[in-house]
Design a binder for this molecule. Structure first.
Ligand code: SF4
Ligand code: SF4
Length: 818
């Protein structure tokens, strides 16, 4: 495998096909609840274990209004006699039996076939459970559910959340007299060939089986193979009077890749071709093996009655929590249907979040991101400089900005391209300084209630007065237990929000000279410019197959190119009272604060304001010490300030490090950091006489693990940083999957870095369970290479001279000097 992905597709489920479990697929949040009960009922009756699957991230992370099952319906679905029968088969010393014997060639095969009647019975058992369920709840399912034109000539077959989008698209196309349909696979294992063939409209002539997985080297992906087999068997039995339909297979949606109505339409269009492409991909641009189908991104099936809202926030600013709460308020307390879906970037600290919310009078089947929003909120003003936040705004949409200034100053602070989009799309712009309101209302940095109130006031989903009343009701429910004062504080915040929310005047032309900052600076390496930068900017979906390494090998040392500017405040150094202990350097989870020593020569040309102090080392007389902060990489966790042991005696609130607002320090900080970076590094083998067994000296060594995406204040990463200071130039890391593989190895940028000689840790990731063996393999390989090197040195003794050979072979390598 070329990488790990935690996102949603069917690869893991497909790996479990050979277990013999029954497999039921759910496509929506409602179905997750319904199929769980149907699976439970069917497993008890059939005695076949069931795996109930639904799409990770898409369905598991979606919030949708559903009908909750009643306990009496659950009871009615579970036959107590089956439960008793199941229990009677349990292992117990009362009726001792053995299971899991080791069998020999004489009987294993026959025993394996003894289960056939059970699998043959499963489809009918599941259908009966579905029918009982429909009688109780009114929600009817079939093993294969068909939607679309009864006389369709083109049909797609798929399962999971994509089938919801397929249904929306097929209904739209069928309403325009297109002869198309879709089969939603519910029971995937056992694959009920007869029922599948019965579900197909008799007019079908083309079928596309869509798999959300890839099986490299296979004749096709699993669902395609099942459908092709079913059609071949149907043809062999002369079931198709007009000839067997042609079957093609395609892959879509791997690792939660978007799957939209436009892509489904492209598949139907392809099926109309004389020789439709087989083994195609949809949703990517494959310029290597040309598997991909083109699609029209402007094709849209969403109905006008749905309000669509997109919110840009930071993981820590409460945006997602507020949006979930909004879905709850509207979903639970009105007749409207509501859907919430949340997209996170891959960082653990300061993750960017994009919430997609839909509200409408009819059930919402759109299992894809919003492409034409009526309302866009940007909760972090800095995002306007970095991301194309208005890309999804429809013409005439409402834009809400959390701006660090009054409404009449907002326009001049917008980048030119943002101003142009606002004018071109005729957006209605509103702003509020939510952090200021939060401060005034004593809410700390939490802007969730404030921004939520703005949404209700502006979006028109509910009449404003009713909306505000419902927010206050929700506040009472959420904070009621914490006392009246907390509730009142939030009520006041709602009122203050309405008083501070203001419209922004939009002139007829763009006036700004500000431009969006490029994702990486021009001096970044080619791969970072061409590939990494696209991912940072949120355009990774547009990268073609040819842009990506074939074997998952990526360059290290890339976090330095991604300036995230997360911290509202950063530490500022006071050299006059600093004792140069290095504690701040050692504790920083992101290797953001660093120390160096330098001679006067090296400091020639230092930029204005670049601070130094006489080095407090006996061994380093006449040298200068400097402590610098990469302000654009700092997360503002304040650990360095907390650990600093020094206070100014004449002003005890002043430490040797103190937090100060980042924005005014950014430009200078960038200049200082760049000068600092080119100062010479202290070498472990250098002439300084330092011994790197205490933090005071180790602080001077270069870390080869920097600016990771770990959470602000992470307690793990300072150890990695320390390990790389000491051993990084000859380190190989066997990383067990977990937190460290995400902050350490998640694209777009990774923190393991290199020194000036280009040396640094080499890194690879394995499963959690086998990591010891994974690392042992690396250790054995290195030991083998070392022993072979010794053999070669010995063989070359006559050529390199016995003295050098002996020195090499007998060198004490137990410590740094050796
Ligand atoms: S605030 Fe946190 S991230 Fe920033 S320099 Fe200090 S310890 Fe490092
Ligand atoms: S912890 Fe404080 S005293 Fe120690 S080096 Fe850092 S700033 Fe100076």
């Amino acid at each position: 495998a070329q990488a790990l992905s935690i996102f949603g597709d069917h690869s893991d489920v497909m790996a479990a096909r050979a277990t013999g479990w029954g497999m039921l697929f759910s496509g929506s949040v409602q179905e997750v609840m319904d199929m769980a009960l149907i699976a439970q009922s069917a497993t008890l009756e059939s005695r076949v274990p069931f795996l109930h699957a639904f799409d990770g991230f898409r369905t598991s992370h979606e919030i949708r209004k559903i009908d909750r099952l009643r306990v009496e319906d659950i009871r009615a679905m579970i036959d107590n006699r089956m439960v008793q029968a199941h229990r009677s088969r349990a292992l117990t010393p009362d009726r001792p039996v053995m299971r899991g014997t080791a069998q020999n060639p004489d009987v294993f095969f026959q025993a394996r076939e003894s289960v056939n009647p059970f699998y043959e019975a499963v489809p009918n058992i599941v259908q009966r459970a579905m029918d009982r369920f429909a009688g109780l709840t009114g929600r009817a399912y079939r093993l294969f559910d068909y939607v679309g034109a009864p006389d369709a000539d083109r049909v797609i077959v798929l399962m999971g959340s994509g089938s919801e989008t397929a249904e929306e698209t097929v209904r739209h196309l069928a309403s325009e007299d297109e002869k198309v349909g879709a089969i939603k696979v519910r029971l995937y294992r056992p694959f009920a060939v007869r029922q599948f063939l019965e579900t197909l409209p008799p007019t079908v002539r083309r079928i596309a089986a869509l798999d959300r997985t890839k099986e490299p080297g296979g004749a096709g992906e699993p669902l395609y193979q099942d459908v092709a087999t079913a059609i071949a068997e149907g043809a062999a039995d002369d079931l198709f009077v007009n000839g067997a339909p042609r079957v093609v297979g395609g892959r879509y949606g791997l690792s939660s890749k978007e799957f939209t109505p436009a892509m489904i339409k492209a598949v139907f269009d392809e099926l109309d071709n004389e020789r439709p492409k087989n083994h195609f991909t949809i949703g990517i641009h494959d310029d290597v093996t040309q598997t991909s189908l083109e699609w029209d991104p402007d094709f849209d099936t969403e109905s006008e009655g749905v309000t669509r809202a997109v919110f840009w926030g930071l993981g820590s600013d409460g945006t997602v929590g507020a949006d979930k709460n909004t879905v709850k308020i509207i979903g639970e307390e009105t007749d409207l249907h509501a859907q919430g879906y949340f997209v996170y970037d891959s960082k653990k600290s300061g993750a960017r979040t994009i919430s997609h919310l839909r509200f409408g009078p009819d059930p919402i089947r759109s299992t894809y991101l919003i492409r034409k929003a009526d309302f866009i909120a940007v909760h972090q003003f800095g995002f306007l400089e970095r991301y194309d936040t208005l890309d999804t705004a429809r013409h005439g949409a409402t834009l809400l900005l959390n701006a660090p200034c009054p409404a009449d100053e907002v326009w001049d602070r917008l980048p030119g391209s943002v101003q142009e989009t606002i004018i071109e799309k005729n957006l209605n712009v509103y702003s509020i300084d939510a952090y200021d309101v939060a401060r005034e209302m004593d809410l700390g940095g939490r802007i969730n209630t404030i921004m939520q109130t703005c949404f209700f006031a502006l979006s028109g989903v509910l009449p404003e007065e009713e909306a505000i009343e419902r927010i206050k009701h929700a506040i009472e429910k959420t904070y009621g237990k914490r006392g009246e004062a907390v509730v009142q504080k939030n009520f006041d915040a709602v009122d203050a929000t309405l008083a501070n929310l203001a419209a922004v005047d939009v002139p007829a032309t763009a006036t700004s000279t500000l431009e969006r900052t490029p994702p990486v600076p021009p001096e970044a390496p080619t791969f970072v410019q061409n590939v990494t930068a696209r991912m940072i900017a949120g355009h990774g979906d547009d990268l073609p197959v040819s842009a990506l390494p074939v074997d998952g090998t990526y360059p290290t040392a890339t976090t330095k190119w991604e300036k995230r500017n997360l911290a509202l405040e950063v530490p500022v150094w006071e050299p006059d009272i600093c004792i140069q202990c290095g504690k701040c350097v050692m504790v920083c989870p992101h290797a953001v604060i660093r120390a160096k020593i330098a001679g006067e020569d090296a400091l020639d040309g230092a930029p204005e304001g670049f601070l130094t102090a006489d080095a407090r080392w006996r061994e380093l007389e006449d040298m200068q010490y400097t402590l610098q902060v990469a302000v654009e990489d700092c997360t503002g966790c304040e650990l360095c300030v907390e650990v600093c042991p020094v206070r100014d005696k004449s002003q005890v609130s002043r430490k040797a490090l103190n937090m100060a607002p980042q924005l005014p320090l950014r430009e200078k900080g960038r200049e200082h950091w760049s000068f600092f970076e080119q100062l010479p590094e202290t070498s472990q083998a250098g002439p300084t006489g330092l011994r790197f067994t205490k933090s005071k000296d180790v602080q001077l060594l270069e870390p080869l693990f920097e600016f990771s995406g770990a959470c602000a204040g992470c307690g793990e990463t300072p150890y990695l940083s320390l390990a790389t200071r000491l051993f990084g130039d000859r380190m190989i890391v066997a990383n067990a999957t977990g937190c460290s593989s995400i902050y350490g190895g998640n694209l777009p940028t990774t923190p393991w870095s290199v020194n000036r000689q280009g040396r640094g840790p080499a890194w690879s990731n394995s499963l959690f369970e086998d990591n010891a063996e994974f690392g042992l393999g690396m250790e054995i390989a290195v030991a083998k290479q070392a022993s072979y090197a010794r053999i070669l040195v010995d063989r070359l003794r006559s050529e390199i001279g016995p003295e050098l050979a002996n020195e090499l072979l007998q060198a004490d390598q137990l410590d740094q000097e050796g």
